[in-house]
Design a protein around this ligand. Structure first.
Ligand code: M6R
Length: 608
C-alpha cells in the first residue's frame, strides 16, 4: 500500500519521481505528492488528489528543478482522500519532509504528546506525526540522523519511509520496519529509494533491498546502511537490477490485466521449467533441497494466504489430498493470525503470496515464527519479505504482475501446488498423463486466448447487478476466484458456491435477473452440475456454462456456453480460471471500468 520514491543525484529529480510514481501506482492511487530541494535550498511541495497524471500536470506547470527529492502515491488508511492528507508531510516549521508507507499504530498518543508541546498538525494522517517527531528530536540532538533514530524508537506499527530536511539539505534518509524499501545505485553516482525496484528500472543498475530495522543515509558522495538494533554499519553485496523498462510497459495491450492474462501460458511454462520430468515421477524443487530431511516427517499441511492466493491454496488442498493423499487445511491469513491452532511439528505451513508483502500473511508467519514448524513460501516477488522469513520455498516465476487483479500469479501458484502434490506423492497413478498434459498446456492456452466467444457473452451480461458462480470439487475454488475477480474489477456483486450448496439456501436468489456462471467440466461431478443447472433453469435463471466438450448435452440446456480445452481433473483449474478471468475482464471492459486500478484497492496490501 502506498508507493515511495526518492533520489539524491538524479539530474532531474521531479522527472524521475513522477515516472517512478507512475510505475508504483499499483500500490495506491488516491492521491500523490512530491517534495523537491531547489537551488535556493528551499523545499517545494506539490500535492494532488487523484492519479499521478494530475501530479504531473501540476508539477509541470510549476517548472520545478532539483537533484534531491521524494514522492508518494497514496492508498488512504487514516484520513480521507484530501490534498491535506496526501504525502509528503512536514512539521509545522517546514524543516522535515517525509513520505511513509505503513501504519503508525500509536500515532494518536504521539500526536497528543506533541500537541501538548505546541505542535500544530495539518492533516488527519498517522504519518504526519513522524515529521513532527523529527522536529521535536532534532531540537535536542542537532543531527537529522540521530533525530530519525530517536523518532523511530517511539513508533509502533509498520513503516517504510524516506526523509529530506532543510536542516541538512543535501541528504536523504530511508528506514524500514516491514514494507519494502529498495536502495538503488547508478553508475553516474546517483542514488534512489523506492518501494519496488520497478520504479528504478530505468535509472539504477544495482540494488540493495533494505531489511527491517535498517536505516540508510545517502549523500551525493555515497550511502551508509546502519542496523538500528546493533548500531553497526551494514555491508551487504549489491544485486544486479534485473527489470527493464519494457517489463513495466503495456506494449500492444490496452491494460496490464489483459497483458498478464496473455502471459499465462509463458508463466505456466516458466513455473514447470526444469522442475517436471515427464517420464518418471521425479519433481525437482531446488528451493526445497535444504529442508528435504524435515519434509520426511510431515504428515499434515496448512496453507495460509489472502484473496486470490487463498483460492489458489484451496485448489492446492484438492491437489495435495488427491495426488499425495496428505491432509491439508487452508486458512485466511487474517483469521489464522488471531486464532488458537493446535499445531504440531509434524505439520508444515505453506504461505502463498504474489507480492510476498501482504501484511496479514506476514503477521500469520510471525505468529508461528518460534514454533519449530517448517514454513515454506510460494512467492512470486523474489527477495520479498515472505520469501525471506520462510525456511524454504518455491518461486512462482510469473514475472512482474502490475494489474491489481491477480491473474497469471494465480496460475503460477496453482502450477507450483501441482508440482508440490506430485513431489509429495509416492506413486500417483496418473503421473504420466498429468505431466504430459501440463507440458502441453501453455500451447493449448495460447490457442484458447485467441477466441472471442467470452467477449461476446460478456457484452450480453454486463448490465447484471448480481452474479452467481458455481463449481464443484477442483472447480469450487475457481468459482470463488471468478466471483472475486468480477467484483474487484467490474463492481458487480457476485457470490460463489459449491454447486451442491445451491439448494441449501441461495437458490432463493435465483430469478431471471440473477444470472449464473456454472463450471460444468467432465469428471466425477458433471452430472451433479447438470442437476444444478436444471434447478436454476426451472427458476428462469440465465446460465452461462463453462464446458470442456463441444458436444456436451449441457449446451442445449443453457443460455450461453464457453468451451475450454479438456484436461485431466487436477489440471482443470488452470483452464477454467483463465475463462473466468477473461469473463471478468470483458464485463469490466463493457462497463468502462479502470481495469488495472479498481476503486478502493491496491496491489500489495501491506497494512492490516
Ligand atoms: O500479494 P498477495 O498474493 O499476498 O495478495 C493477496 C491478495 O491481496 C490478492 O490476491 C488480491 O485478492 C487480488 N487483488 C485479487 O485479484
Amino acid at each position: 500500500m502506498c508507493g515511495i520514491v526518492a533520489t539524491v543525484g538524479h539530474k532531474n529529480a521531479p522527472e524521475f519521481i513522477l515516472e517512478g510514481l507512475e510505475s508504483l501506482e499499483y500500490r495506491g492511487y488516491d492521491s500523490a505528492g512530491l517534495a523537491i530541494l531547489n537551488s535556493d535550498s528551499e523545499i517545494e511541495v506539490v500535492k494532488v488528489v487523484g492519479h499521478v497524471a494530475n501530479l504531473k500536470d501540476k508539477t509541470n506547470n510549476q517548472n520545478l528543478t532539483g537533484r534531491i527529492g521524494l514522492g508518494h502515491t497514496r492508498w488512504a488508511t487514516h484520513g480521507q482522500v484530501l490534498t491535506k492528507n496526501a504525502h509528503p508531510h512536514q512539521d509545522q516549521n517546514g524543516d522535515f519532509f517525509i513520505v511513509h508507507n505503513g501504519i503508525i499504530e500509536n500515532f494518536q498518543s504521539l500526536k497528543d504528546f506533541l500537541m501538548n508541546k505546541g505542535h500544530r498538525f495539518s492533516s488527519d494522517t498517522d504519518s504526519e506525526v513522524i515529521a513532527h517527531l523529527l522536529a521535536y528530536n532534532y531540537k535536542k540532538l542537532k543531527s537529522v540522523k540521530s533525530a530519525l533514530i530517536a523518532s523511530l524508537q517511539s513508533l509502533r506499527g509498520a513503516y517504510a519511509l524516506a526523509v529530506i530536511s532543510k536542516r541538512e539539505p543535501n541528504k536523504l534518509w530511508g528506514a524500514k520496519l516491514s514494507g519494502p524499501l529498495i536502495l538503488g545505485l547508478a553508475k553516474d553516482n546517483s542514488y534512489y529509494l523506492a518501494s519496488d525496484s520497478l520504479a528504478l528500472a530505468s535509472v539504477a543498475q544495482k540494488i540493495i533491498p533494505l531489511e527491517d530495522f535498517e536505516l540508510v543515509e545517502i549523500t551525493p558522495k555515497g550511502q551508509t546502511i546502519i542496523n538500528l538494533k546493533t548500531d553497526q554499519i551494514v555491508s551487504r553485496p549489491t544485486e544486479l537490477m534485473k527489470l527493464t523498462k519494457e517489463d513495466s510497459q503495456l506494449g500492444d495491450f490496452e491494460d496490464y490485466m489483459i497483458k498478464e492474462i496473455h502471459h499465462i501460458p509463458q508463466a505456466i511454462g516458466d513455473a514447470i521449467r526444469g522442475r517436471l520430468n515427464i517420464d518418471q515421477n521425479f519433481i525437482t524443487l531446488g528451493g526445497l533441497n535444504s529442508v528435504v530431511d524435515q519434509l520426511q516427517y510431515i504428515d499434515r499441511i496448512i496453507i495460509v494466504a489472502c484473496g486470490t492466493s487463498y483460492f489458489a491454496g484451496m485448489v492446492g488442498e484438492y491437489l495435495i489430498e488427491d495426488i499425495a493423499n496428505m491432509p491439508v487445511e487452508v486458512h485466511l491469513a487474517s483469521e489464522f493470525r488471531y486464532r488458537k491452532q493446535p499445531l504440531s511439528r509434524s505439520s508444515m505451513v505453506i504461505f502463498i503470496s504474489q507480492s510476498g508483502e501482504t501484511a496479514d500473511s506476514i503477521g500469520a508467519l510471525e505468529v508461528i515464527a518460534g514454533s519449530g514448524m517448517l514454513k515454506l513460501g510460494i512467492v512470486n516477488v523474489v527477495g520479498s519479505t515472505i520469501s525471506r522469513l520462510t525456511d524454504a520455498g518455491i518461486y512462482c516465476r510469473a514475472g512482474l504482475e502490475k494489474s491489481v487483479a491477480s491473474t497469471k500469479a494465480f496460475m503460477s501458484q496453482v502450477t507450483i501446488l501441482t508440482l508440490i502434490a506430485l513431489y509429495l506423492s509416492d506413486n500417483y497413478k496418473d503421473y504420466r498423463l498429468l505431466s504430459q498434459q501440463l507440458v502441453n498446456l501453455p500451447s493449448q492456452l495460447s490457442q484458447f486466448l485467441n477466441q472471442h466467444q467470452i467477449k461476446k457473452i460478456a457484452n450480453k451480461y454486463y448490465q447484471a447487478s448480481n452474479f452467481m458462480f458455481l463449481g464443484r470439487n477442483y472447480n469450487y475454488p475457481v468459482a470463488l476466484e471468478g466471483a472475486l475477480k468480477l467484483k474487484e474489477i467490474s463492481y458487480i456483486h457476485a457470490e460463489a458456491l459449491a454447486s451442491g450448496e445451491l439448494k441449501h439456501g441461495s437458490l432463493a436468489l435465483i430469478d431471471k435477473k440473477m444470472p449464473s456462471l456454472v463450471i460444468a467440466l467432465s469428471g466425477k461431478t458433471l452430472d451433479k452440475n447438470v442437476s444444478s443447472i436444471a434447478e436454476i433453469k426451472a427458476r428462469k435463471g440465465k446460465v452461462i456454462a463453462i464446458v470442456d466438450d463441444a458436444k456436451s448435452p449441457i449446451i442445449d440446456q443453457v443460455d450461453d456456453v464457453i468451451v475450454i480445452p479438456k484436461v485431466i481433473e487436477p489440471l482443470q483449474p488452470l483452464v477454467s480460471a483463465i475463462a473466468c478471468h477473461l469473463f471478468a475482464y470483458y464485463m469490466a471492459k463493457a462497463l468502462d471500468r479502470p481495469i488495472d486500478r479498481p476503486r478502493n484497492l491496491a496491489k500489495s496490501v501491506t497494512v492490516e
